[in-house]
Design a protein around this ligand. Structure first.
Ligand code: ZN
Length: 468
């Protein structure tokens, strides 16, 4: 008989926080109560006192294979340490992106034996004739599709044409599957970088100057138009400016199915951090002016940003150093999966800007809902018993050397002491991390299939065909 476990603490429910008890059995939540349930010899009891019991957090934006030697194991350990019980891994793997069903199945098979948390996977499409790969990827269990309007790499991370974007959204419109975009205006960025380099402006701030807000707004507006005319499901990743959120909101008002996320770095850091720290604080889109950051917080407080992710991509310090004299030579991205939850807890919950319930929505519930992960994201009866236990009375100091993903990575949060500490993480009914140790085996994490796993895609219209 599998053991029954009972947890006591401040349980964060959808609209309420209760000091109560959770019963879990066979990996599921089987009881939520104010009164203490009977505890027998068959029951294991975990008393978390006045600590918060949150639903297990979900990081929807993680790159485990964007640099060659990270991989699922290290990422999953970072996740468990940081209170993340499920992550959704991006498709831009080296050397080959996840742009067909065979690649997808190979990657999904790598999860078994190599993760302590649950993992869902993004798919993408090739630059040329890519739309035909979508049905196979949906059937194989892709959680969603990621595409880009900016060409990071012509093979691995290509710019997709408006025609293929239109046809993809049209094809997927009757499914539950969203299509998400890295949305930056390719033509503008290429020209701005050329001019800045020509003028020998290669200092850290030049990275922001090469990607002004108009680069994001023009790309997003175009995608919203395509979503509007196809009726497709659009999501915009790593929104960095309030102006972008306002465009998305205006299209929502017209009934367009569009959501967005921002990342912790756009809420916690600004361009002065980029100036001070250089490559360590370089990512795409770039850090922006302090007034832009406060505008993003306003939109977050107004409920116009659906969730928060990390865009985790930890580069070794050595790679980042290439940009010390010329910011354009540094790789973009930063570690995040183990920092996301506490960084936002410190800036949001501890300051009183976000209630614990809203925090749970932004980092778990809304993510599960948008992807259609029906067993995840909320503390309700019948869902997976995934929890993050946070002690608000303790603190956590961030250092480069203390990172669990890549230990040679560097974070712009190094040296900061954050309010709160993740004291335990639970996945499907058992602790996977407690008292500073990972306590589940590497074969515990499972593949979380997309909402249309196994399904044949229903036709979504004729794509880009106009009547003569
Ligand atoms: Zn990303």
């Amino acid at each position: 008989m599998p053991k029954k476990r009972i947890l006591h603490g401040r349980i964060v429910l959808k609209d309420d926080i209760i000091s109560g008890y959770l019963e879990v059995e066979n990996g599921k939540i089987t009881g939520i109560s104010l009164a203490k349930p009977a505890i027998s010899t068959e029951t294991e009891f975990f008393d978390y006192g006045s600590q918060y019991i949150f639903p297990g957090f979900i990081d929807a934006h993680v790159h485990s294979f964007s640099n060659p030697d990270e991989g699922f194991e290290a990422t999953s350990i970072g996740a468990a340490v940081g209170g993340v019980t499920t992550f959704v891994d991006m498709p831009y793997d080296r050397p080959h992106p996840i742009d067909n069903a065979a690649q997808f199945n190979q990657k999904a098979a790598k999860i078994a034996g190599h993760s302590v948390v649950d993992i869902a996977l993004w798919g993408t499409i090739p630059k040329v004739d890519g739309v035909s790969e979508i049905p196979g990827l949906v059937k194989a269990g892709a959680a969603a599709f990621k595409m880009s309007t900016f060409e990071t790499d012509p093979f691995r991370f290509p710019k997709i044409s408006d025609v293929d974007i239109y046809n993809s959204l049209a094809l997927l419109k009757h499914s539950k599957i969203i299509t998400a975009f890295h949305s930056e205006n390719n033509e503008m960025i290429v020209e701005l970088i050329r001019r800045l380099k020509e003028a020998d402006k290669v200092y850290p701030r030049a990275h922001m100057m090469s990607r002004p807000i108009i680069v994001e707004t023009t790309a997003v507006q175009r995608l919203c138009e395509i979503a509007k005319w196809t009726g497709g499901k659009l999501h915009i990743v790593h929104v960095s400016a309030p102006e972008t959120v306002d465009i998305i909101e205006a299209y929502r008002q017209q009934g367009v199915d569009v959501t967005c996320e921002t990342c912790y770095q756009y809420l916690l850091l600004d361009v002065h951090d980029l100036e001070r720290m250089g490559p360590r604080a370089k990512m795409n889109p770039p850090l922006r002016e302090p007034e832009t950051v406060s505008g993003l917080w306003q939109r977050l407080a107004a409920g116009k940003i659906n969730y928060i992710t990390s865009d985790h991509v930890p580069w070794p310090a050595e790679a980042k150093q290439k940009g010390d004299q010329n910011i354009f030579l540094a790789p973009s991205g930063l570690p995040g999966i183990e920092l996301l939850v506490l960084a936002m807890f410190d800036a949001g919950v501890a300051t009183g800007k976000l209630s614990p319930q809203v925090f749970a929505q932004l980092l778990a519930t809304n993510v599960a809902a948008r992807f259609g992960f029906k067993n995840k994201g909320q503390i309700v009866l019948g869902k997976d018993a995934d929890f993050a236990i946070i002690d608000p009375s303790q603190t956590t100091t961030i250092t480069d050397a203390g990172l669990h993903t890549r230990t040679d990575a560097i974070t712009p949060l190094a040296g900061k002491t954050l309010a709160g500490q993740v004291t335990a993480t639970w996945l499907r009914g058992r602790p996977i991390y407690q008292r500073g140790q990972v306590v589940a085996p590497m074969d515990y994490g499972e593949f979380v299939p997309g909402a249309e796993f196994g399904n044949q895609l229903a036709p979504g219209g004729d794509g880009l065909v106009f009547e003569a």
